[in-house]
Design a protein around this ligand. Sequence first.
Ligand code: SF4
Length: 243
Amino acid sequence: MSPAPELTAADACMSERLSCSACCGIFNYKGGDAERRAWVTENTRQFLALDISAAVNIVQYRKGREAVTLPNRVRDDIYVCPFVGFVDGQNQRTGCLLHPQGSPHPQISLWPHPQNFSFYGEGICLSYDCLAKDRKVYRADFFAWANAVSVFAYARLASDHTLHRALQRFAGNDIDLQRFYTAVAGLYERYRVVTTSFEDIERVLPGSAEELCHFLAERIDSRNAAQLGDELRAAYAACRAHS
Ligand code: SF4
């Protein structure tokens, strides 16, 4: 049996069908999910067409894609890596086009450390571990919800360690939170919330559904926090009523 390949930042939250890539900056790319999908598709198309036996081609790819990617960021202090691509051949699962084992490029094994062509480099890409995954804080209903949603909806919430750590504190197993996840993911998409998985680690986690809804509403749009808080509380209450 061959050893399991090391996980890289982009692969940290992969399932059979879905993956995350939030830490690679995918949600800091400006636009809606249609633009995001088009950007990942174009990264993949261009990278797979390269002859990567020559280092210069990888370097030029990075320069060319950064030129269209970096001016199109929501936040200038967060990098967006142009080596995020679709790695499953079906434009479904995102991942690292430079991953030594997971890249779909047939020449990737020519390079012992291909991620060193990236901005972060292999040392960071291979070792970074998302807090939510590291602490194993996902609930079973989160994975049940993930079975029926898009890769981007899944990734937005998979990377949100505050959400999952807070729910672990107060939500019991007698409540099914799938409606709540749908509401949060929908608001994150609508308000273009940037989630990366390395947001500040709050010292005090929300300790109740009320506090969590307030926290999320402030994060989504502090100017509309009252109305957003109501939406989130209603979604949480609906979960209670249907559980
Ligand atoms: S090279 Fe880019 S896509 Fe790959 S793991 Fe690093 S940051 Fe993510």
